[in-house]
Design a binder for this molecule. Structure first.
Ligand code: FDA
Length: 504
């Protein structure tokens, strides 16, 4: 294959990667970003870049022959998923033995498919999870920097109270209140002014047209519109798409060499490249960065990586559940796909829960109240290299999610009792199931800060090798994670540029 050298390579284009590339570019360092997914900017035949949730096509999924939506069924019927052609689509569901993980694929990573909820963790919990990180510095400087760069904004409370699009959230708030639970407004990167124009019929609908997990055609201020646009604007950063990094090794002079497969949108390999760099930043996400390092260690390519590489993984306590409302308590055929409220019971010492009040935008009345609960589950998984498949396998068993299910159950049992309602058992596939305990949206850890790396993401055992993304966070952060990933990346890259890159 062709060989080339660049001073800095960033793998991936999600939150950690985008922050790192921008700051490297601003420091004048020529930086190459390698992203396995596509750049999502060209409309297809239907005039849209992305497809909606109700009629998904091949754009929805990363090389699947059938879509794999988080809610697999309705009244136990498989009415939600569709057969599709395998394609380099935007949402992937990565299957491990007893856990599946949703991740975004494309320029912007998870920001293309996520709900945009931009939550700063409770400071006391941040200090508990990352005790060696100076919290004052984070809360005074890096969280505000992240929020401002990510264009985090707030819903107009007056509009929230009156619009049909958030009736589902008001219904859930009232029911939580009856159980003595309080809710909180959640900031978002979706432009709420744009959403109001959608509601007024002044702009094309996106959040109000069921778009979210397969991408938003409008309104969402994803990373390609914020950090990555700024990174490209420095003139120092380039992005190669459909480039998947397969392996990393080091040369005697200390530089790193990446083996990269370039694919087409049908998945055919069109080129193999070897790319060398001085400074290597892993921003391929908890799964991607961890797999690259586990593989490098266990194939002997980077033998000095320590035993913490692969350890400390968790799903942020994610549990999804649905409740069935009384027939007079309608949640609305019209629901914004962007969440705006959370039930905050994190200070409950017995079972801390922060539950996003999730929409179920079906276009018809469902009487469902849906939630993504974030719980405090102390269980952790470990990635191990599987030689036969050349993949990192996740050692995590279903029963490790029992503490998370129990915490969610204690909260939603309270809500059901106070409202004489029941769970829905028909949403998570063909069996009777009221809690999803087998998938997550918030993979965290695998290369934990201060264990697999030093206190700033420098990988232990190697110079000029860094982890920048959700792999650094030890399995739990108590809220939706991308603001924390972004702020931590801002903190780390500032130090690394000053001490390692500029000094070199
Ligand atoms: P991220 O996963 O964003 O980016 C990694 C990138 O690297 C991807 O683009 C991937 O394609 C690429 N890559 C991986 N391996 C590679 C390789 N070998 N070579 C080249 N490229 C490679 N969070 C939140 O705070 N609020 C929310 O509302 C939500 N909602 C939500 C909904 C859904 C459906 C999902 C799937 C996720 C969320 N999240 C969320 C989670 C959030 O999106 C997630 O925590 C971040 O995107 C993680 O950021 P990272 O920088 O760690 O990696």
């Amino acid at each position: 294959g062709s060989g080339s050298f660049v001073p800095a390579v960033v793998i991936g284009t999600g939150y950690g990667a985008a922050v790192s590339a921008l700051r490297l570019g601003e420091a004048g360092i020529p930086t190459l970003m390698l992203e396995m997914g596509q750049l999502w900017n060209k409309p297809a035949d239907d005039g849209n870049v992305f497809c909606g949730m109700l009629k998904p096509d091949r754009r929805s999924s990363w090389f699947k022959s059938r879509t794999e939506a988080p809610l697999g069924s309705f009244l136990w019927l498989d009415v939600i998923n569709r057969d599709i052609d395998p394609y380099a689509g935007v949402l992937d569901k990565v299957h491990f033995d007893q856990m599946s993980v949703y991740v975004g694929r494309g320029v912007g990573g998870g920001s293309l498919v996520n709900g945009g909820m931009a939550v700063v963790p409770k400071r006391s919990y941040f200090e508990e999870v990352l005790p060696r990180v100076d919290a004052a510095e984070m809360y005074d400087r890096y969280f505000p920097r992240a929020n401002s760069m990510l264009k985090v904004n707030h819903i107009d409370k007056g509009w929230f109270e009156e619009t049909e699009w958030y009736k589902f959230a008001r219904v859930s708030r009232e029911q939580a209140g009856k159980a003595g639970l309080s809710t909180t407004f959640v900031p978002n990167v979706y432009d709420f002014d744009y959403m109001r124009r959608e509601a007024n019929g002044e702009s094309p609908k996106s959040a109000l047209a069921t778009e979210v997990i397969y991408g938003n055609n409008h309104g969402k201020q994803s990373l390609d519109k914020t950090y990555l646009a700024a990174a490209l604007g420095t003139g120092k950063v380039t992005i190669e798409t459909l480039h998947q990094v397969k392996a990393i090794h080091q040369q005697p002079d200390g530089s790193y060499v990446l083996s990269v497969d370039q694919i087409d949108t049908a998945g055919q390999t069109v080129a193999h490249k070897e790319i060398a760099c001085r400074h290597l930043f892993l921003g391929a996400g908890s799964l991607g960065s961890t797999e690259l390092l586990v593989r490098a260690r266990d194939t002997g390519a980077l033998p000095d990586l320590n035993a913490e590489v692969g350890a400390g993984w968790g799903p942020n306590g994610n549990i999804m559940t649905g409740r069935a409302n009384h027939v007079w308590n309608t949640t609305g055929a019209h629901q914004s796909s962007i969440p705006a409220l959370g039930i905050d019971d994190w200070d409950n010492p017995a079972a801390p829960v922060f539950a996003e009040i999730a929409p179920m935008p079906a276009g018809l009345e469902t009487w469902v109240s849906l939630y993504l609960a974030i719980t405090k589950n102390p269980e952790r998984g470990t990635f191990v290299y599987d030689k036969a498949t050349d993949r990192a396998a996740l050692r995590w068993t279903r029963d490790q999610n029992t503490p998370a299910v129990n915490a969610a159950k204690s909260l939603f049992d309270r809500i059901n009792k106070a409202n004489t309602t029941m769970y829905r058992y028909d949403l998570f596939g063909p069996q009777l199931k009221n809690f999803s305990d087998d998938f997550c949206y918030h993979p965290l850890g695998g290369c934990v800060l201060g264990k697999a790396t030093d206190g700033y993401g420098r990988v232990a055992g190697y110079r000029n090798l860094y982890v920048t993304d959700g792999a650094l966070i030890p399995g739990s952060i108590g809220v939706n994670p991308f603001v924390t990933i972004t702020a931590l990346a801002e903190r780390n890259i500032e130090r690394i540029i000053a001490e390692d890159v500029k000094a070199a």
